[in-house]
Design a protein around this ligand. Structure first.
Ligand code: GRF
Length: 218
């Protein structure tokens, strides 16, 4: 029986905890897709080990070997397309992608950001949330568009901020939510339930004005 599950390529830059959640879901038969390849812009990262342990093909495209974003993205696109993906998942991928890249994969390109978007786009969200004294934090999965961290949102997971939290404890709580909500979003896409339609998120044929909310008060 040929493997007709949707093919997923995962882009990483580091630890790969979100990748591991997807690997575990595929092994458990609950991803409804198959991870065809894992690509990193940095060699020797834990995420590559996770893929190799799971027998998933890996590639490294060192961004430092490219003199421009366009050159790097071109090499990245050629490598991604070599896996014939139905879906490209950014999972801790720390590069800003060119418009040409985004347009090539638009509608089948997801990202997870460690904040309750549109709040706190950009980097160091846990620190900024703590400094702002927020009572709540979380993570958001969205379609990737040319607007950094601004694409149509799909699902978000909330966590409480505890008074004794530091960046590490808060990041740990957010990370647990990340792994849950990314799994849901990727599964929905593989099931054909989730799509980007006219620039908006559509789930089961209905436009989402707000992302699906997942409260988890661990
Ligand atoms: C996570 O905080 C994730 O939200 C962000 O990158 C960080 C590392 O992710 N996108 P991972 O452990 O490499 O999956």
């Amino acid at each position: 029986m040929p493997n007709t599950l949707p093919r997923i390529v995962v882009l990483i830059s580091g630890g790969g905890t979100n990748l591991q959640a997807l690997i575990d879901a595929e092994a458990a038969g609950s991803l409804e897709g198959t991870i065809a390849g894992v690509i990193s812009n940095r060699a020797g990262v834990k995420g590559l080990e996770r893929a190799e342990t799971a027998g998933i093909p890996t590639r490294v495209i060192p961004h430092r070997e490219h003199s421009s974003r366009e050159s790097f993205d071109g090499a990245l696109m050629a490598t991604i397309d070599g896996f014939s993906p139905d879906l490209v998942v950014l999972a801790g991928f720390m590069r800003i992608l060119t418009d040409a890249f985004v347009q090539h994969y638009q509608g089948r390109l997801l990202n997870i950001h460690p904040s309750l978007l549109p709040a706190w786009p950009g980097l160091h969200t846990h620190r900024k949330v703590l400094e702002a004294g927020e009572a709540e934090h979380g993570a958001t999965v969205h379609f990737v568009t040319e607007e950094l961290d601004g694409g149509p949102r799909i699902i978000r997971g909330r966590v409480p901020v505890h008074t004794d939290d530091d960046e590490e404890t808060l990041a740990g709580r957010v990370g647990a939510q990340e792994r849950r909500i990314y799994l849901e979003a990727v599964r929905w896409f593989c099931q054909g339930r989730l799509r980007l339609a006219n620039g908006e998120t559509e789930l089961d044929g209905t436009r989402l004005n707000e992302p699906v909310d997942r409260d988890k008060n661990p």
